[in-house]
Design a protein around this ligand. Sequence first.
Ligand code: ADP
Ligand code: MG
Length: 356
Amino acid sequence: MSAITMRELTKVYPGGVRALDALDLEIADGEFFALLGPSGCGKTTLLRTIAGLEVASGGSVRIGERDVTNLPPGKRDVAMVFQDYALFPHMTVRDNIAYPLRIKKVDRRSRGSKAADTAEELGLSGLLERRPGQLSGGQQQRVALARAMACHPQVFLLDEPLSNLDARLRLEARTFLKRLQRELGVTTVFVTHDQAEALALADRIAVMEGGRIRQVGTPTEVFRRPANTFVAGFIGSTPMNLVDARVHGDELAVGSARLPLPDDAHGQVTDGERLVYGIRPEYLDYSPTTVTGALTGEVVVVENLGSVSLVSLDVPADDTGADGSGTERTSVQVVVAEGAEPEPGDTGWVVPRPGR
Ligand code: ADP
Ligand code: MG
């Protein structure tokens, strides 16, 4: 078990793509750490650079006390599970799990018993003589994990290990993975593009964009206090509302609406300042009748999400006409409970919950 420290880590691929851009990141010993970000932001590259499968173009990677920047993969004491599991189709489950031990020249007898032990921990004991083609997606994923675990690495690197499973299996595998990591206590870096998965599993999350880290924090921190509009828009089951606003005394003006200035903004902003006001659809209340000072507009879309609905309103965003008659409009989304949904075309009023 070991901490991982990256300093000004840079990867430029032949052809000039800067996949990692002087990235600084510290992952603590024993942490379950998620790398989250949109496709192409550099998650796989970062994982492969930690593993030594890509050579850094600049900067350094340390694992524990060791600078591993220039070490080959086999000398780094890390194990990586790939998105497609990369199992050997012609080998049995036992031989797949034992493969890294064979590479490490562990003798045949202890290879077999170590593979069987690891298989038992992962609930694969009955499947040792099967080949990958005879397993379900969830079982293949466990074999890939078992193969990674068999060597007892200091660091586990998982590249979107759940993305090939269907929704129900994915939930099961999530729980399983979290429990396994807790039991092993091994430093684990987990790549995902799914914010819900990162929030559910990780001790801490790094949100990436364009080869850089935009924020690092616990799930609660990145959810409650996103550092910038990119993180605000990326985290959450529905994107956060981001609305242009202007400070107006101790209120915020959005169109003709006057919203209370959030407590933590007092003393941080000046009268007349323009800023972006962010609030989650879950933290707004919808009213079908007039609320003085509230955001108001026409209901455009009502989307059924199961037990709640997501209602989109078209509201004035232009504060030049204090009556809200300006031409600029913006879309605001609010979560409404079952049974209270408006109809498209209705006029609605929207107010932030106190303290949000
Ligand atoms: P992610 O895993 O977040 O989707 P990647 O790390 O795979 O992102 O890719 C980051 C960027 O680097 C992308 O622009 C991608 O096209 C580019 N890239 C990845 N691998 C290579 C490669 N082998 N050669 C050239 N460019 C690459
Ligand atoms: Mg990737």
